[in-house]
Design a protein around this ligand. Structure first.
Ligand SMILES: CC(C)(COP(=O)(O)OP(=O)(O)OC[C@H]1O[C@@H](n2cnc3c(N)ncnc32)[C@H](O)[C@@H]1OP(=O)(O)O)[C@@H](O)C(=O)NCCC(=O)NCCS
Length: 329
């Protein structure tokens, strides 16, 4: 028997900052080249926020578009879950700023932190709360201004990231549609391979720490690459099994957009074709928690997927964390 979900995606939306940073622009900042960046990552350009811009502004715009797309009013939203590692402030939660911007008076709002896997974690949390609480509609947002924590002198990392936000509205499922399965996992043994050690309680913003750029992102790219492919393929296989479908059945796989080579290696492991694989990393770079909802919205709006399509979402990020979900749109 085909599984059915209790909650389905009613609407999607996304937004990115207007400002574009091309590989040619980066050539002027660090010792790199368009050829190196394209060959190693597939990235050609990324959208970046102005210095000091608020993530809540991007997240609010993405949320408004998703609510409109769902044909709902802001008062209909009972829950706002925002996945990010680059919120406006340490606290309160950026989701509360989004709530205020929207005027979503009836919603409970909070942030979650699972780095690039954050959106699928948030989807899982929202789906669970919709099932267990008297809520009907949840806004699930993934958003980052990751360029706010990039070391612009580190060519190993600064060429990879971009900013943006994507959102979905979840609500009661009908006609056999909905979230069929979700698998999330993590392994803290690898936290040293991708992290930002500043901005927490260990490393205070002392003059020395700021001079040592302790508040910037650090990554062992090669190691992250290797683990990402293995963990995402394992997570996706678990989600497929749980949903009782195979990779051949999927109309589209939307994997976290970090690197074209990771996306291709994952597709090979999952035995999915190029046609089944969504790619926009060339135009956005790695937008962390925003990458999947941005891609999902694009794929819906340009008709690649539509009502009834079977879609696999899969992500990997710092922690390490990983997550996968199978949805019938
Ligand atoms: C970062 C990444 C693109 C690097 O690709 P790679 O093939 O692993 O490249 P390497 O790390 O082996 O670096 C190769 C060489 O290029 C150099 N290099 C690194 N960045 C460069 C850049 N922007 N321009 C030019 N050369 C660069 C390195 O210094 C190294 O030089 P060396 O051999 O003289 O030491 C790749 O490892 C990656 O995408 N990793 C995963 C990142 C990711 O997805 N993170 C988020 C996960 S959620």
């Amino acid at each position: 028997m085909t599984k059915t979900g209790q909650n389905m995606i009613l609407g999607t939306g996304h937004t990115v900052p207007d400002k574009i940073l091309t590989n040619a622009d980066l050539e002027k900042i660090v010792d790199t080249s368009d050829q190196w960046i394209v060959e190693r990552s597939g990235i050609r350009l990324r959208h970046i926020a102005e210095k000091g811009a608020a993530l809540s502004e991007l997240a609010t715009e993405a949320a408004r578009r998703a609510i409109d797309d769902a044909g709902l009013k802001v008062e209909d939203i009972d829950l706002i879950v925002l996945a990010t590692v680059t919120g406006d402030m340490k606290f309160p939660a950026t989701a509360c700023f989004v709530q205020e911007n929207l005027g979503a008076r009836n919603a409970a709002a909070f942030d979650i932190s699972a780095a690039c896997s954050g959106f699928i974690y948030a989807l899982q949390i929202a789906d669970g709360l919709l099932r267990s609480q008297p809520y009907r509609h949840a806004l699930v947002i993934g958003g980052e201004i990751l360029t706010s924590m990039v070391d612009w002198q580190d060519r190993n990392t600064c060429v990879l990231f971009g900013d943006g936000a994507g959102a979905v509205v979840l609500g009661p499922a009908r006609d056999g549609r909905g979230i069929l399965s979700t698998h999330i996992g993590s392994d803290g043994a690898y936290s040293h391979l991708l992290y930002n050690a500043g901005c927490g309680c260990i490393n205070m913003p002392t003059v020395e720490n700021v001079q040592e750029k302790i508040h910037t992102l650090r990554m062992e790219g090669k190691e992250v690459f290797r683990h990402a492919v293995v963990a995402m393929s394992r997570a996706m296989k678990k989600a497929l099994k749980e949903a009782d479908v195979s990779s051949e059945d999927l109309d589209l796989v939307i994997s976290h957009q970090a690197n074209l080579r990771i996306i291709e290696a994952l597709a090979k492991r999952l035995k999915v074709t190029e046609k089944q694989t969504y790619v926009n990393v060339d135009r956005f770079g790695n937008t962390s928690a925003a990458s999947i909802p941005i891609a999902l919205d694009e794929a819906r709006k340009n008709g690649i997927i539509k009502e009834g399509s079977l879609v696999g979402l899969v992500a990997f990020g710092a922690g390490f964390t990983w997550a996968a979900s199978i949805l019938r749109l």
